[in-house]
Design a protein around this ligand. Structure first.
Ligand code: DHB
Ligand code: MG
Length: 224
């Protein structure tokens, strides 16, 4: 079983359950044309994010790592009319592209793209009084995942979901002595989740058009 088959099955699933969508197609085309790294979630993963936000009746969503706004659009589609999504992007060029994609998707009134290193913009959110996002999606630079998790815990409350992309990394997550800072960031993140008394968490391996990876999902089970 290989990448080719995983991609074909993802096409089968997407054709059936995630019908073509001009807004999302245009977002991917614009992201590709502008040379963004192809790190966006796949269509069926994007829809999973939307479903999780709907299941949790999310009114407020925080995304760490916007890229071209593809996952942002999926998540924002789960929001009610008075909902809010704040997405953090360190690269001003990516943020600009994301803003255009979000505008084209008709979601600009719900979504705020904040530019800057998340490690700087996250503390600012806290000082502005944000203390409860219903869903937090972590999908930025992997070495910073432990810090992002610490902030996610601070900016959430009982019932909030914390989801992280790319926690399996082709299986390299089990290499304890890896010298890859991405692997070490993800390993430390997973260990923090395991040791955190305020959450109940799991991780799921995935294969598909984006290769072999996985996501972690946690729910806050206590307020303090
Ligand atoms: C990488 C980052 C991602 O968020 C992703 O989904 C795939 C790969 C990366 O930095 O390699
Ligand atoms: Mg990712």
């Amino acid at each position: 079983m290989t990448q080719e088959l995983w991609t074909e099955v993802d096409c089968y699933i997407t054709d059936l359950l995630v019908p073509a969508d001009t807004v999302l197609d245009a977002t991917l085309e614009a992201s590709h044309a502008d040379g963004l790294p192809p790190h966006n979630v796949s269509p069926n993963q994007g829809k999973l994010l939307m479903l999780l936000a709907l299941i949790n009746k999310a009114h407020t969503i925080l995304e760490i790592g916007t890229l071209g706004g593809y996952s942002t659009i999926w998540l924002a589609r789960a929001l009610p009319a008075d909902g809010r999504l704040i997405t953090l992007e360190s690269n001003p060029k990516y943020a600009e592209i994301a803003r255009k994609n979000i505008l084209r998707a008709g979601l600009a009134h719900l979504v705020e793209v904040r530019v800057g290193r998340a490690i700087d913009t996250l503390p600012k959110l806290a000082t502005e009084g944000y203390n409860r996002f219903d869903l937090i999606f972590i999908d930025a630079d992997k070495p910073s995942n432990p810090e992002y998790l610490a902030w996610a815990l601070q900016l959430s409350g009982r019932g909030s979901l914390i989801i992280a992309d790319n926690v399996v990394r082709n299986g390299s997550v089990i290499e304890a002595n890896s010298d890859d800072p991405n692997v070490q960031g993800v390993r430390q993140f997973n260990k923090m989740l395991a040791m955190e008394p305020r959450v109940s968490a799991t991780a799921i391996q995935t294969v598909g058009s984006k290769g072999y990876d996985g996501f972690a999902i946690a729910i806050l089970t206590s307020d303090d």
